[in-house]
Ligand binder design. Structure first.
Ligand SMILES: C[S@@+](CC[C@H](N)C(=O)[O-])C[C@H]1O[C@@H](n2cnc3c(N)ncnc32)[C@H](O)[C@@H]1O
Length: 302
């Protein structure tokens, strides 16, 4: 998290964090102290760190899932859709669900679902439109957009590429439920190696760059450019520094669970686009400004 160092964390606890800490007051005072001390950057013993870690992964589905695989779409799906309330969510999960950071991820989905149809419409003027949803998870964003706007046309289609077979199975179920399964192909594998038979008009890269350093982001954007048409459109998102500034305690909890982000501002994302050979067109954000989606077009070809 090299570029996060400049930011000086505000050592204060908002209402939600105070409520979470008060849950541990009686029975888990050591966990409360660990959370406060680790957040303040004070030393914590291996013994208490281990106690917390065990508690964290055995009492929170968010934590268990991110520790096992920080880039899993299981987490993004929880963030979009909440947790089934057969049992009340645990204190940590309740905290995550109510946090501003979580609400911003849900708002990111909403922002994409509002912007994507506008971009599709621009490309529809030229003919049929093919979307590549890379690292799609189930691909809820495209499924929702197709279901709302393109159910009755065959002119707009998508290919969802993900290395997680179960996420794709989930996407197939969602697409069927929403009546758009005939418009989407699901491909299992790495999008870095994927060569579509037809190039994409629009490529979506959402929830992929967030944990990655600049050089890796540039390399990924260069790779995906090969599957994008000349004049095509890349939409690539990243968590912004505003999330770290305005919800630092949630970011701290996330980092304890192996969920580490490289927060980037608009200029940094712009720089990544430029260095990877894209012309930066514009960007849009979720309503909290915690996620920036860059929009660009390839400048040159290999
Ligand atoms: C955080 S999830 C985001 C899912 C979805 N794009 C969204 O915004 O809801 C990241 C997804 O990217 C997938 N992924 C990461 N690297 C990948 C790669 N090289 N090839 C294919 N899938 C990848 C993961 O399996 C996971 O489903």
């Amino acid at each position: 998290m090299k570029n996060n160092k400049k930011f000086v964390k505000k050592i204060e606890f908002d209402k939600a964090a105070t409520r979470l800490l008060s849950v541990f007051e009686k029975e888990h005072k050591k966990i409360k102290n660990f959370l406060i001390n680790s957040y303040k950057g004070l030393p914590v013993s291996p013994e208490i760190t281990e106690k917390f870690y065990n508690y964290f992964i055995s009492h929170s589905v968010f934590s268990a899932a991110t520790v096992a695989n920080p880039s899993t779409s299981v987490i993004t799906e929880f963030l979009y859709d909440g947790i089934e309330k057969l049992n009340l969510p645990s204190p940590i999960d309740r905290y995550f669900l109510c946090s501003k950071a979580r609400r911003s991820i849900k708002a990111r989905l909403q922002a994409i679902e509002e912007e994507l149809p506008k971009i599709i419409e621009e490309y529809c003027k030229k003919g049929k439109v093919l979307i590549g949803n890379l690292g799609s998870g189930p691909g809820r964003d495209v499924i929702d957009v197709f279901s709302a706007h393109y159910k009755n046309t065959l002119d707009v289609k998508a290919i969802h590429v993900d290395k997680d077979r179960l996420a794709l199975e989930r996407g197939k179920r969602m697409a069927k439920v929403k009546g758009v399964d005939h418009l989407i192909e699901f491909v299992e594998g790495s999008f870095l190696k994927y060569k579509p038979t037809k190039k994409f008009d629009i490529t979506l890269l959402i929830g992929i760059l967030c944990p990655l350093e600049f050089k890796v982001c540039i390399a990924i954007l260069k790779k995906v450019k090969k599957s994008l048409k000349k004049g095509g459109c890349l939409i690539a998102g990243n968590v912004s520094k505003k999330m770290l500034e305005e919800d630092p305690f949630t970011c701290h909890l996330m980092s304890l669970g192996n969920w580490k982000m490289v927060f980037k501002d608009e200029n940094e994302l712009k720089e990544i686009f430029k260095k990877a050979g894209y012309e930066w067109k514009r960007c849009f954000t979720d309503s909290y400004g915690f996620n920036i989606m860059g929009v660009g077009t390839p400048r040159f070809y290999f």
